[in-house]
Design a protein around this ligand. Structure first.
Ligand SMILES: CC(C)(COP(=O)(O)OP(=O)(O)OC[C@H]1O[C@@H](n2cnc3c(N)ncnc32)[C@H](O)[C@@H]1OP(=O)(O)O)[C@@H](O)C(=O)NCCC(=O)NCCS
Length: 162
């Protein structure tokens, strides 16, 4: 179905959506699962109960989701537990982190992810928050997606030594 246009409605996620969102998430495990986010939606939801959460519906069925958390910039903590940031300061007092996004493989590359990203960004703006997301360098698909929403990569590079 990739490439076709469908009528999509973006709305806030409600508890009743969880079984279908978990189903989509499970569809994305395996080869479809990108390296950036290795955890299941179920465990993420149980831990964070994210306040920024939207689903996309096509033909009355949920076909995609985006979830994230809103945190004060001073305590900004990414999904990687990055507590100390040398990122450039911003005029915003809060950060809306995109933690997870997933589109049913049957509905990918149809603009649905971008629609969800835009809804997430609008919500960040309403809360006077800057939107942020983290992607591995090798994760081309997620990086392309973030760029397509209009986000720019920062010059922050993480070094680590075991
Ligand atoms: C990444 C993902 C969310 C993108 O959603 P989508 O609905 O397929 O993306 P869209 O159709 O809105 O396209 C947005 C942009 O993403 C990029 N993109 C989408 N699919 C891509 C692919 N298969 N390969 C490379 N880039 C891709 C493109 O740059 C595209 O912009 P373009 O149409 O101008 O070329 C979706 O493919 C997905 O669910 N992937 C699996 C789960 C995942 O990787 N989640 C992220 C970590 S939590």
């Amino acid at each position: 179905m990739a490439g076709k246009k469908v009528d999509v409605k973006i709305r806030r996620m409600v508890e009743a959506d969880l079984p279908r969102v978990n189903e989509i998430d499970r569809l994305l495990f395996g080869e479809e699962r990108v390296p950036t986010w290795p955890f299941s939606f179920e465990s993420y939801w149980a831990l964070y109960h994210p306040e920024l959460s939207f689903v996309a519906e096509a033909g009355g069925r949920v076909v995609g989701f985006i979830v994230g958390t809103l945190v004060k910039e001073a305590h900004s903590q990414s999904v990687l537990s990055l507590r100390h940031t040398i990122d450039r300061p911003s005029r915003h007092r809060k950060v809306g982190w995109i933690d997870m996004i997933g589109i049913d493989p049957e509905y990918q590359h149809m603009g649905i992810g971008r629609g969800l990203g835009e809804a997430f960004y609008e919500e960040c703006k309403r809360s006077d928050a800057v939107m942020k997301g983290i992607a591995r360098e090798s994760d081309k698909r997620l990086r392309n997606f973030l760029a397509s929403v209009g986000a720019k990569s920062s010059d922050l590079i993480i070094y680590e030594m075991e």
